[in-house]
Design a protein around this ligand. Structure first.
Ligand code: GLN
Length: 477
């Protein structure tokens, strides 16, 4: 069995033709993933018992002649910020090192109901804060394409697992680019759906108004299948959307002739590197397929980083207040008053990046600064969303780079938080607007480092996004 070459369709064909059972495939996939994992450190831990139990259910359905579900037998990796009942969920943090959740995230329940097999949990930046996976308390992940480089972040483990071939698809989370940027760095497909399209129930909160769950895959079609499974209204998440879930795979029909694409002037002006050349070639390919390309303007782009790092840190400072040494697992050993317990637990438990964000977020929400920073940022967020609304009056989709540069070296930016923040410039605008956006492999630099092209569409126009991504994928491969 050649695990890295599997696709959702190939798994299904093999099961239906009885070339292997779901239990056989799962056992082999686990063996392969455990053997390959030391190269990248993509997984933090595996959950073989849960995986084999899920595989048995799939085999049972097949034996009874029932539909085994759209993800039957498919090996899946899950970012370790998404709760899995009975399976450790650390969020890349010392504070949750031994935390075993008492319930499953809705996305997890849906994956398994569709026949999916969760192999294990993947490494990530602590509480999903970062762009390189170097902020994990459990050490960094290496990019399988170039082992001395980062896989991107914060969902670096999930992107690396899919690129390495140790999972067919994976789940990540994206608050300001954490699915798209690692997808771009590792050369896989990464999708951030419309805000509210996928339930956040059981996703550990970082910045609730920006948090999304979304898929990684090696093909646009596999990503579309996974999104179709996890999307949809969930009574457990009041912000989940009731809009019907279309057949995303059916949208990949190659009919992109006449589709109007906008290239944001503000994104391209600083992009003189090789990344720019790869993006240009990608856009040319879309033009060759009959898309009409025009320049557009997203004038508020220059404020996006500041806006994001005010809003995201404000929400994070509030969401992370729950890790107090009383609830959850980690508690400081040093004794003292209750206030000491809080202080020591948080002081010892959180890594530097989380502390930085808690301080910044607390500051921008504090009396006297709230209006000047937080409220102002909310207003600018509206301007950024309006930029896209205006753009979508002229074009059907916006095409852009994902990151100003390809995967950087491990350690290169870890001591310079501002440089790390600035690398998010092209992804956070879409996050702030809450629109669907994805990274699709578009080529590589001369050194062989993958570069993803970003496609952004109107709220709930995932079909339009997948159609373009599928057409580009065809041309690229
Ligand atoms: N790199 C961004 C940050 O550090 C985005 C993270 C994310 O999307 N979770 O906030």
């Amino acid at each position: 069995m050649d695990i890295p070459s599997l696709t959702i369709d190939r798994v299904r064909e093999g099961l239906v033709a009885s070339r292997f059972s779901a239990v056989e495939l799962t056992t082999e996939a686990l063996r392969f993933a455990e053997a390959e994992n030391p190269r990248t450190g993509a997984y933090l831990h595996f959950c073989p018992e849960r995986a084999v139990a899920a595989a048995r259910r799939v085999d049972g359905r097949l034996a009874r002649g029932e539909d085994p579900g759209p993800l039957a037998g498919v090996p899946i990796a899950v970012k370790d910020v998404i709760l899995t009942k009975g399976v450790r969920t650390t969020c890349g943090s010392r504070l949750l090192e031994h935390y075993i959740p008492p319930y499953d995230a809705t996305a997890i329940t849906r994956l398994e109901s569709a026949g999916g097999i969760i192999l294990g949990k993947t490494n990530c930046d602590e509480f999903a804060m970062g762009s390189s996976t170097e902020n994990s308390a459990f050490g960094p992940v290496r990019n399988p394409v170039a082992l001395d480089r980062v896989p991107g972040g914060s969902s670096g483990g999930s992107a690396a697992a899919v690129a390495q071939g140790t999972a067919v698809v994976a789940l990540g989370s994206d608050t300001g680019g954490s699915i798209r940027q690692p997808a771009s760095f590792c050369g896989v497909v990464g999708v951030t759906p419309t805000y509210g399209r996928v339930s956040r129930y059981g996703l550990t909160a970082f910045a609730s108004s920006l948090d999304h769950i979304g898929p990684f895959a090696r093909s646009v079609s596999d990503a579309a299948t996974v999104l179709g499974v996890i999307a949809g209204r969930d009574p457990s998440d009041a912000t989940s959307a009731a809009a019907p879930v279309p057949d995303y795979r059916a949208a990949i029909d190659g009919r992109v002739k006449g589709v109007k694409l906008g290239l944001p002037r503000e994104y391209l002006k600083d992009l003189t590197s090789e990344t720019g050349e790869v993006i240009e070639r990608g856009v040319e390919r879309l033009r060759g397929l009959g898309c009409e390309v025009r320049e557009i303007s997203l004038p508020a782009t220059g404020y996006a980083i500041a806006t994001y790092y005010v809003i995201a840190t404000a929400e994070a400072s509030s969401n992370l207040a729950r890790y107090d040494g009383v609830r959850y697992t980690f508690r400081s050993e040093s004794s003292g008053t209750l206030a000491d317990l809080y202080r020591n637990t948080r002081g010892e438990g959180f890594g530097a990046e989380c502390k930085r964000r808690i301080m910044l977020g607390t500051y921008v929400l504090s009396h006297g600064y709230y209006d000047a920073y937080y409220l102002k940022a909310q207003k600018v967020r509206t301007l950024i969303a309006r930029d896209f609304e205006h753009a979508f009056q002229q074009v059907d989709a916006v095409v852009a780079p994902v990151s100003p540069f390809p995967a950087f070296k491990l350690g290169e930016k870890v001591d310079d938080p501002l440089a790390m923040y600035l690398s998010d410039i092209y992804t956070i605008t879409g996050s702030l607007a809450g629109i669907p956006c994805m990274s699709v492999p578009s080529g590589a630099t001369r050194a062989g480092l993958p570069v993803g092209l970003q496609i952004l569409t109107r709220h709930f126009d995932e079909p339009g996004m997948f159609r373009l991504a599928g057409a580009l994928e065809q041309q690229t491969s």
